[in-house]
Design a protein around this ligand. Structure first.
Ligand SMILES: NC(=O)c1ccc[n+]([C@@H]2O[C@H](COP(=O)([O-])OP(=O)(O)OC[C@H]3O[C@@H](n4cnc5c(N)ncnc54)[C@H](OP(=O)(O)O)[C@@H]3O)[C@@H](O)[C@H]2O)c1
Length: 324
């Protein structure tokens, strides 16, 4: 491989994990205000799997095509979350040095983190990696925790001692939500398959339940539907007076319903897209100083299809990252 090329994980068409390929492509160059990052690891999230396969909740496919490419992916290099080191600075970049250990998430829907090199604007979505996080942990850090914090703290305004049910508690978002809710002092009921109940308990769940059986009656002050299987019609009997239902995986009907008619009696419906602001990243990293470490399964780049297969199942154990 020449010093001007790199290996990248690409998808040239929408489809299953088999569309993922490893290509040799030109290395990007840091433009003005950008940094070139030598990537050590990148995340393969449920979100990445959804983009690759256009496998999205009902009614959202058209919007995804508009964002990512009508007939095929506009940007073939996949991946959003990464950890690495600064390899070069573009014109006008201050405050960073070549060799700095960094982690971050590519802005908006730009993708491109799944390669040996990527460029990033020098804004707050690029942060320094604490020594206490490995590159693999750093590459799987933000997706789940940012989402859990956005829905639990900012939207549902979860309070200490409140009762929260987390439906889909052992994947990237759910396990972060279990930790965060417990850390806040809430009473946490984690719903996932029995094989993952010990895992959820290790992250702080007080009670566990199996989604294949009737759910605990509650009542719950907050129901966090990570898995997308608890629309209001199913969640309503579980909610306490004043209860909030946070729909992390809502189809178009659920999104519109929550936005147009958020109040249902004393209940509140919440939905939307996770905010990835610099302030949100700073807050998420502060939770590491308070004890949060994301659970990681790491695979080499040669297993990129395997990583996508795992991320597509809807039964992922924490986070999957690919190392370079
Ligand atoms: N709104 C947003 O901005 C936003 C942001 C990030 C993610 N999301 C969405 O959040 C969802 C979860 O992401 P993730 O990365 O946490 O996924 P994941 O890692 O694949 O985890 C899925 C979780 O759901 C559980 N599960 C599977 N089938 C279930 C069922 N029938 N009932 C209840 N739980 C079930 C799994 O448990 P077992 O493995 O034990 O079966 C696992 O705990 C995805 O749909 C993703 O698109 C939305």
């Amino acid at each position: 491989m020449s010093s001007e090329t790199m290996r990248a994980a690409t998808a040239r068409r929408y489809g299953g994990p088999e569309v993922m390929a490893i290509e040799t492509l030109p290395r990007p160059v840091a433009g003005p205000g950008q940094l070139l990052i030598r990537t050590a690891a990148f995340g393969v999230t449920r979100g990445d799997a959804r983009i690759r396969g256009l496998d999205v909740p009902r009614g959202m496919g058209g919007l995804m095509r508009l964002i990512f490419g009508l007939t095929r992916p506009r940007r073939p290099i996949q991946g959003r979350e990464f950890a690495g080191v600064v390899a070069a600075l573009g014109d006008g970049v201050t405050g960073w040095t070549v060799g700095d250990a960094v982690m971050g998430i590519t802005p908006g829907m730009r993708l491109s983190a799944g390669a040996e090199y990527c460029t990033m604007p020098a804004d707050g979505r690029l942060t320094r990696r604490p020594d206490t996080l490995t590159p693999e942990e750093a590459a799987g850090y933000f997706f789940g925790l940012l989402t859990a914090a956005d829905f639990l703290l900012d939207q549902a305004k979860l309070q200490p001692d409140e009762r929260v049910l987390i439906n889909g508690a052992s994947g990237a978002v759910g396990i972060a939500a279990v930790w965060l809710a417990k850390h806040l002092g809430a009473q946490v009921t984690a719903v996932c398959s029995p094989a993952n109940h010990d895992f959820a308990r290790r992250f702080g769940a007080d009670l566990t339940a199996d989604y294949a059986r009737p759910l605990p009656a509650g009542p719950f002050d907050v129901v966090l539907d990570v898995a997308g299987t608890l629309p209001y019609s199913r969640a309503k009997p579980l909610l306490a007076d004043g209860g909030r239902l946070a729909l992390i995986t809502a189809d178009l009907k659920g999104q519109l319903g929550a936005n147009l008619r958020p109040r249902r009696g004393t209940h509140q419906l919440l939905a939307g897209v996770t905010k990835e602001t610099p302030a949100a990243l700073t807050r998420a990293l502060a939770f590491h100083a308070q004890g949060y470490r994301p659970p990681i399964t790491a695979l080499p780049l040669t297993d990129i299809q395997q990583a996508h297969l795992h991320a597509s199942t809807g039964h992922k154990h924490g986070n999957v990252v690919v190392t370079l």
